[in-house]
Design a protein around this ligand. Structure first.
Ligand code: LLP
Length: 386
């Protein structure tokens, strides 16, 4: 399909750029695929990772589809509840939960805290005692499984700050034994993000199985097993592959994880649900001839989408208004006063001129949610298609 057919012409005629364009139909289709993939497994429960995109319009659709929420701050818990997600489907992770945030979780009786350290467990116990409630807790274990992804978004290695180390596990159980106001429900893991090699998830399954066997041998009962998120998407060919291969992903767990009767298996997918439904739409301000390069300078910057600057991330870029048959090679850059404000280097586009519209694909995840106001820029607005 040509990129020209994807976007209605009124879209960029009527709206000031830059903006995020969300294709809500694609979001619904993606969620339908996901739900279809797990419909035969009522014990599989998906919590959408709010950090990927907390736009209320998207959250409402996700809530209406019945997904739960994976939150990493008090603000995300409130955003999830505001969108209509039941607190009974909310899990809360994060290495630095403040007292205020823990109280938000307790006051709303969320399903569970994914606890990342002994000091955190102690504070949750104290705060729950003060309120005379019992907090359900899962231990986030650092599984020491390597995910083959960018080093900034791998989380399950021994050197990362996340989770409780395997060697501390027995000690944590001993400490928890004497706590009056926490109730242990299970284990939480997360190995990283944008993972496309199912062998990484298989390795996680094997690690989870061996930790479970160790705990069963100690007489520990486990109801809840949360394997985190991380399923990647196709940034190279988003038009051809708008929906991730959920079957392949869930089949990996079906095949390799050993669940006992009554246990539930939880997933925290973010990117896979929302990345492809969002496109950053921007207009060319100038085309500038450099010494050895041509620059297309657009009105979107790293303040709107920081992934290329922060992780060298690749996003497919297209000129959606030029009909030129001739192509040129450009660096696509933003207006921010930072050399890293580059969306793509040596990108082939049809001959591009001032006023053309540039689409940056796969921007629905970690785009708007990571936006900033650096350079006193306003937060980009959003337009939705049904
Ligand atoms: N669960 C936990 C505990 C997480 O830390 C994350 C992501 C997720 C679930 C959701 O992962 P996903 O399914 O979206 O891969 N800003 C980076 C990604 C950071 C991911 C942080 N944690 C990026 O733009 O690539």
């Amino acid at each position: 399909m040509s990129t020209k057919n994807i976007f209605p012409i009124e879209l960029f005629q009527d709206n000031e750029t830059p903006f995020y364009y969300y294709n809500l139909d694609l979001l619904r289709q993606t969620i339908n695929h996901l739900k279809h993939s797990i419909e035969k497994n009522p014990e599989y429960i998906v919590h959408y990772a709010i950090k990927a995109n907390a736009n209320p319009v998207l959250l409402k659709i996700i809530a209406q589809a019945g997904l739960g929420a994976d939150c990493v701050s008090g603000g995300e818990i409130l955003a999830a509840i505001q969108a209509g997600i039941s607190p009974a489907k909310i899990v809360y992770a994060g290495v630095g939960k403040t007292d205020k945030e823990i109280n938000i979780g307790l006051d709303n009786d969320i399903f569970c805290f994914n606890v990342e350290s002994i000091p955190e467990l102690e504070v949750i116990n104290q705060l729950a005692l003060r309120k005379d409630v019992i907090a359900r807790v899962a231990l986030r274990i650092n599984p020491e499984v390597e995910a083959h992804t960018h080093s900034h978004i791998t989380t399950g290695k021994a050197e990362n700050k996340f989770g409780i180390s395997l060697s501390d596990l027995d000690r944590v159980f001993a400490i928890m034994h004497d706590m009056t106001n926490v109730s242990f429900v299970g284990l939480h893991f997360h190995i990283g993000s944008q993972i496309l090699d199912m062998n990484d998830f298989e390795a996680l399954c094997h690690r989870v199985n061996s930790i479970l066997s160790h705990l069963y041998s100690q007489g520990v009962a486990i109801q809840y097993i949360n394997v985190g998120g991380g399923l990647g998407i196709d940034y190279e060919s988003p038009i051809e592959h708008p929906i991730p291969d959920f079957d392949k992903y869930f089949n990996t767990f079906r095949k390799h994880i050993q669940l006992q009767r009554g246990q539930t298996l939880h997933f925290e997918l973010g990117r896979a649900i929302v990345a492809q439904c969002g496109t950053l739409i921007s207009r060319v301000i100038f085309v500038k001839e450099g010494e050895s390069k041509k620059f297309v300078i657009i009105d979107a910057g790293m303040t709107d989408l920081i992934r290329p600057a922060l992780y060298d991330a690749h996003h497919h870029i297209a000129n959606i208004t030029s009909y030129s048959a001739e192509q040129e090679v450009y660096d696509i850059v933003g207006p921010i006063c930072e050399s890293s404000d580059v969306f793509g280097r040596d990108i082939k586009l049809p001959v591009t001129s001032r006023g053309d519209v540039i689409a940056i694909f796969s921007a629905g995840a970690y785009g708007e949610s990571m936006a900033s106001q650096y350079n006193c820029r306003p937060i980009t607005h959003s337009i939705f298609s049904e």
